[in-house]
Structure formats: structure tokens, C-alpha cells
Design a binder for this molecule. Structure first.
Ligand SMILES: [Zn+2]
Length: 504
């Protein structure tokens, strides 16, 4: 069945279930009734796919599950349950070709986001962020709609929850980060108690109220040093907007012996350095020396940068602890963002073994098609400031060595060339070694992630090669990314063929 947007407002949750799955509301059950979901000891490789609620609404629950099982050999659904972002939710993003399924019409005008399940008020008593119900599909609770049908088929279901917000959410401005110049931003302070309580409340609610198999948590926000330099693939260079200097953040700093005022002063100097670099005003000793001198003379810059990571990782740990408190055998995984692959400075701030202590699995992003343009963007950004004295092609080659990439495309060709399946294999192996057997590695595979007009688009050959490379490298499974509503069926089928050829 297909549901029109206009139908949904009038359709009650129970009616939707009756017409979609033909089942009673079985999802909202008590923990004592969930013992049968304990995973088997010799579980097969986890073949997951990220799907937003709109796809089930547009194309029908049973139809989508049929297709994912038959074409892509999927055994796990990563169902986007909380986000205000379009990377995991909504139809194809505006400006991109629609895939060969679902409506050929943008949801740009009615996409909102939030919690696509039902927030139960008792879990949000300790946070100001109480009103997050996604209005996109009327009264539909996407977990109640999908869980019974998925369970009947033996599919596992994880809730994807992403730290991506709208500033119009009630209470948001109370917990917003404060930037270097005292302005509120579009991100939330990870040291604000209401933010901490929101995340633990959300994952407790989802784990306790529904028969899910676990949580996949996404937080792609970067630390202030990387933000100041734009040292990622999808960033502008905003050294004057780095965060966070709110009172909660300052308190956390003082407890660790970090002086907030000295840190702020350091970031002001860094802002000046970046702005002068962007204008081509070369320091007498060159860009890199001046940058390194800034770090040496202002150690609070790095201390403040580490503080952000500390807050982010504390949230991860608290999320896992909260889920474990509901049911020990639920699994919690973390999405490890793409910058972890491109940026050697970021790599140095992460140890896979530390992340593994907090997780049952890591979804390591190894998106290879869009990886070309993203990597090129990273090199362009760092060559605008810290490495401005280095010719870009030379920096690219140097960085390839630092990162153990085998790619040999020139910078100008990288967006069209993409990265290879060898890249997928190498990054998968690095992660497997890094976690030292303490958690599973599920590489995130690029199946048609949107790219620029002249950049590489996913093909069946690419999709097959990437999935095969990850599995042959020893991954515990894969997660087809970013969302079903942007994937072409021919690419999904190629991914499925690779699973059937290699996962046995
Ligand atoms: Zn703060």
C-alpha cells in the first residue's frame, strides 16, 4: 500500500498498522517480553541498510522490506528514528536525480524531522528538549509501523539517532552553543545537562518502549580546531564561529585545569591567522610555521579542542550505558564520520580501541564514490590556510602517504575518479586492527550518495566492488548508506550480489 501525505494527517497510528501489516500493536511491549530477541552466538554477518521513514510511507512497509531482502540481501534495518537532518531522513535531497523507486517529487516543502517514533513524556522529565515529535507523517509512529513486519521476517531493527537539529525546536536556544564572539549557534552544547539528559532519555525511551535490537548513534560535529581550519570535507572555513564558550563548557574546563579565557584568547589569535591566510597575507616564517607556533605558544587551543572531543565521547558512553541499563544484550554502535579517514590530524585524536570500549560496533564511513570530491575538498581547505605554501598536488600526494591511500588521481580529477574499492579495503582493515577485537566493524558503504554535477556517481560495478572489498577485508558486515530514498535499485542489487558472493 502507499500512503499519500494528505492521508496521513487523518490516519491514526492504529489504523495505519491494521492496513499496513495486518498485525496488532505488538511493538510497544515491556522488557520482560523481549527475551526472545537475544542474538544467537554464531550470528551471520550483519547486512544493514539505512532507511528513513518516508520510504516506508511512500512505498509501503511490506514492499520495501521485500525489496531490501530480495535485492540487497539485507538482514538488518537501520531505521532513521531521530534527526532533523536530510542526510538520513526525507526523500532524495533537492537538486539530485530521483532514484528509480518512490515518488519523483521533492519533499523539500514538507520535510521537518524530529522523533519519528512517539516520545513518551516520562523519559524527558530532566530536559528542556521535550517537544521533538516529527510532524512529517501525522500520527504515524514509524517503529510501530515497521517493527512487527520486520520481526515477522527475522530482520533486526536498529534506531538511527542523529545529533542534527532545527533551532526552532522548543528549548533549543537555552542549550545552544556559544561561539567565540558570544553568538548562539545551530549546535547544542554537549556539556549542557539538558542535552545529556535528552540523549540518554531518548535512547532509554526507544530501548524500553519498543522491541528494537539497538541504537546507531550519529554525531558528525567537529571540534573547534578543525572547524576553525575547515579541515573536513563538508565545511566552510569559519574560524570566528568556533564553539563552545558557554558557562557549562567553561565549568567543565575549569574542572580539568583548563583556563577558558586563555583558550578563548588562543582561538582569537587562530581566527586572525586564518583570516589573514585566506587573504594571502603570508607570515614572515610561512603559514605552517606560524600555525605550529600558535599551537606551541597557546597550548589551551589544543586543550579546548580535546575538551570538545571529551564531551562528545562522554555522550557516546552515556548513550551506551543508558541502553545497557534497559537490556544488556541490546547493541549500540557509533557512526564514525568521513573526516576520520581524510584528515591525519583528526585521526590522531581518535583511537579505535578507545571507541571500541564504548561500542558494540562501529560504522566506519568508507564512502568511496563521494570520497573523491570530499577528499579534494579537504585538501583545498587545508591548502587555503595551514599548508598554503605547499602546491596542492604535492600536498595531496603527501597526504596519500600519511593516510596509506593507494589512489593516484590528480586533485582536479579526484571528484570524477572517486576513491577505489582498495580504499574501502584498507580503511576496513585499519579499523579492524584498531579495535583489537573489542567490537565489530561494519563499514558504511556508499550506495549513490549525492555528489556534484560532474563528480562520480555510483554504478553497479562500484557498489559490488565496495561491498566485496569490505567483506573480504574481514568486516563483520556492512551498512548500505546513506538512505534508501537516494539509492538506485540496480546498485542495491549489485550490493546484494556481492553479499551473496562474499558473506558466506
Ligand atoms: Zn557550551
Amino acid at each position: 500500500m502507499k500512503l499519500q501525505q494528505s492521508d496521513l494527517a487523518a490516519l491514526s497510528r492504529r489504523e495505519f498498522l491494521a492496513t499496513t501489516a495486518g498485525l496488532s500493536v505488538a511493538a510497544a511491549v515491556q522488557p520482560s517480553a523481549l527475551a526472545e530477541t537475544v542474538p544467537a552466538k554464531s550470528a551471520p554477518k550483519m547486512i544493514g541498510i539505512q532507511v528513513g521513514s518516508v520510504s516506508f510511507v511512500d512505498e509501503g512497509v511490506e514492499q520495501v522490506l521485500d525489496l531490501l531482502q530480495e535485492k540487497a540481501a539485507v538482514n538488518t534495518i537501520f531505521l532513521t528514528t531521530f534527526t532533523y537532518g536530510r542526510g538520513l531522513a526525507g526523500r532524495q535531497i533537492p537538486g539530485q536525480l530521483f532514484p528509480d523507486h518512490g515518488p519523483q517529487q521533492s519533499d523539500e516543502n514538507f520535510f521537518h524531522g524530529g522523533n519519528f517514533a512517539t516520545p513518551h513524556a516520562e523519559f524527558y522529565r530532566s530536559t528542556i528538549l521535550k517537544d521533538t515529535r516529527a510532524p512529517d507523517h501525522g500520527n504515524l509512529d514509524i517503529l510501530e509501523a515497521v517493527l512487527p513486519a520486520a520481526k515477522k521476517r527475522g530482520l533486526k531493527v536498529f534506531c538511527s539517532c542523529e545529533d542534527a537539529w532545527r533551532s526552532s525546536v522548543p528549548g533549543f536556544s537555552e542549550v545552544a552553543e556559544i561561539d567565540l564572539n558570544g553568538r548562539k549557534t545551530g549546535g547544542q552544547c554537549l556539556f549542557h545537562p539538558d542535552v545529556r539528559n535528552f540523549w540518554t532519555g531518548l535512547v532509554t525511551d526507544l530501548s524500553r518502549s519498543y522491541a528494537v535490537d539497538g541504537i546507531l548513534f550519529f554525531n558528525e560535529r567537529n571540534s573547534p580546531l578543525l572547524n576553525a581550519l575547515g579541515a573536513s570535507h563538508a565545511q566552510s572555513i569559519e574560524s570566528g564561529r568556533v564553539t563552545c564558550f558557554c558557562e557549562h563548557h567553561r565549568q567543565a574546563a575549569r574542572k580539568l585545569g583548563i583556563d577558558p579565557d586563555r583558550a578563548q584568547e588562543g582561538f582569537r589569535k587562530l581566527d586572525k591567522f586564518v583570516q589573514q591566510a585566506l587573504m594571502g597575507q603570508r607570515p614572515d616564517d610561512g603559514y605552517f610555521v606560524e600555525f605550529w607556533r600558535l599551537l606551541v605558544e597557546n597550548p589551551d587551543i589544543l586543550a579546548w579542542d580535546r575538551l570538545f572531543d571529551l564531551g562528545k565521547h562522554q555522550v557516546l558512553a552515556e548513550v551506551r550505558t543508558a541502553v545497557m541499563a534497559v537490556r544488556q544484550y541490546l547493541q549500540v554502535g557509533f557512526h564514525i564520520e568521513h573526516v576520520n579517514s581524510f584528515n591525519p590530524i583528526f585521526r590522531a585524536t581518535r583511537r579505535y580501541s578507545d571507541l571500541a570500549d564504548k561500542a558494540d560496533f562501529l560504522k566506519v564511513v568508507v564512502y568511496n564514490n563521494c570520497g573523491g570530491e570530499r577528499y579534494a575538498h579537504f585538501v583545498d581547505n587545508v591548502c587555503s590556510t595551514v599548508f598554503r605554501d605547499v602546491p596542492r598536488e604535492e600536498l595531496l600526494r603527501f597526504n596519500n602517504h600519511l593516510l596509506n591511500y593507494s589512489q593516484d588521481a590528480a586533485l582536479s580529477d579526484l571528484p570524477q575518479a572517486g576513491l577505489s574499492s582498495d580504499y574501502v579495503a584498507r580503511e576496513t582493515q585499519r579499523a579492524i586492527k584498531g579495535v583489537e577485537g573489542k567490537c565489530k566493524i561494519l563499514p558504511g558503504i556508499d550506495i549513490g550518495i549525492p555528489t556534484g554535477r560532474n563528480s562520480r556517481k555510483a554504478s553497479p560495478e562500484d557498489s559490488y566492488a565496495a561491498v566485496a572489498a569490505a567483506l573480504k577485508a574481514g568486516a563483520d558486515g556492512v551498512i548500505l548508506s546513506r538512505k534508501y530514498s537516494e539509492m538506485r535499485l540496480v546498485n542495491l542489487a549489485a550490493a546484494g550480489k556481492a553479499v551473496r558472493d562474499c558473506a558466506g
